[in-house]
Design a protein around this ligand. Structure first.
Ligand code: ADP
Ligand code: MG
Length: 243
């Protein structure tokens, strides 16, 4: 299977603090990779470096065969193929749900309004949000807002989705509806990298789990293996602490 995303030797420091110490990761089409690891291990930075929101110090990012870190590449254009959703939903508060979703397709992809709205409405319908299209974000629950944020990323028809702790800011009773949307995306074959503290979810949804510590991938493998018989004692220690 061809790789949708290749990360090679990604390094990133903030001042003296080297946060990513040479990350190599290949993600195949339709693969779901979960990143686990203690707070501060570098999961968010890795996702932000992947779509170049955060500039990297060394390494290469290749999306569908195109190196987006190469000199002269319009990172904005390529970045559109990488959807990212954060812990905080970041919807534009002064825009309706429909406007939130259609803004980037209209401005960045130059879709006409009707086509952008039809696509947005079909996505909203797929995730049980069709009747919310004219609401403003503050009229929605946190779970609904996060589902809209996911739809907004999908509206760009990304090749890969990066999800960073997307349920961490939600009240516990709202977590399941967001996880179900992600499950649905996985079922449809969306390629994803998911940073998560929800170990049960990771075990359930991941094709591969990567354990990060101190800016390195210390161990990776299928979830059955990582969660039941990790080889690295540090992985085992982390899992004992949090499960
Ligand atoms: P995780 O998502 O696994 O909790 P992060 O990627 O957020 O880890 O953080 C990794 C390390 O990088 C932490 O030590 C954090 O303090 C540091 N860090 C992250 N973002 C910044 C930033 N913008 N400026 C300085 N340090 C940062
Ligand atoms: Mg994080």
């Amino acid at each position: 299977m061809s790789a949708v995303l290749v990360l090679e030797g990604i390094r990133k420091s903030f001042g003296e603090n080297e946060v990513l110490k040479g990350i190599d990761l290949e993600v195949a089409a339709h693969e779901v990779v979960c990143l686990i690891g203690a707070s501060g291990s570098g999961k968010s930075t890795l996702l932000r470096c992947t779509n170049l929101v955060e500039p990297i110090d060394a390494g290469r990012v290749v999306v569908e065969g195109e190196e987006i870190t190469a000199a002269g590449v319009d990172a904005n254009r390529v970045r559109r193929r990488i959807g990212i959703v954060y812990q905080s939903f970041n919807l534009f508060p002064h825009m309706t749900v429909l406007r939130n979703i259609t803004l980037a397709p209209r401005e960045a992809l130059k879709m006409d309004r009707k086509a952008a709205e039809e696509h947005a409405i079909s996505l909203l319908a797929r995730f049980g949000l069709a009747d919310r299209k004219d609401e403003y974000p503050d009229r929605l629950s946190g779970g609904q807002q996060q589902r809209v944020a996911i739809v907004r990323a999908l509206a760009m028809r990304p090749s890969i989705m990066l999800l960073d702790e997307v349920t961490s800011a939600l009240d516990p009773e709202l977590v399941a509806e967001v996880l179900n949307v992600i499950r649905e995306l996985a079922r449809e074959g969306m390629t994803m990298i998911i940073a998560t503290h929800e170990m049960g979810f990771a075990r359930d949804i991941a094709d591969r789990v990567c354990f990060l510590e101190g800016g390195r991938i210390l161990e990776q493998g299928p979830p059955e293996k990582i969660f039941s018989s990790p080889e690295n004692p540090r992985t085992a220690r982390f899992l004992r602490r949090i499960i």
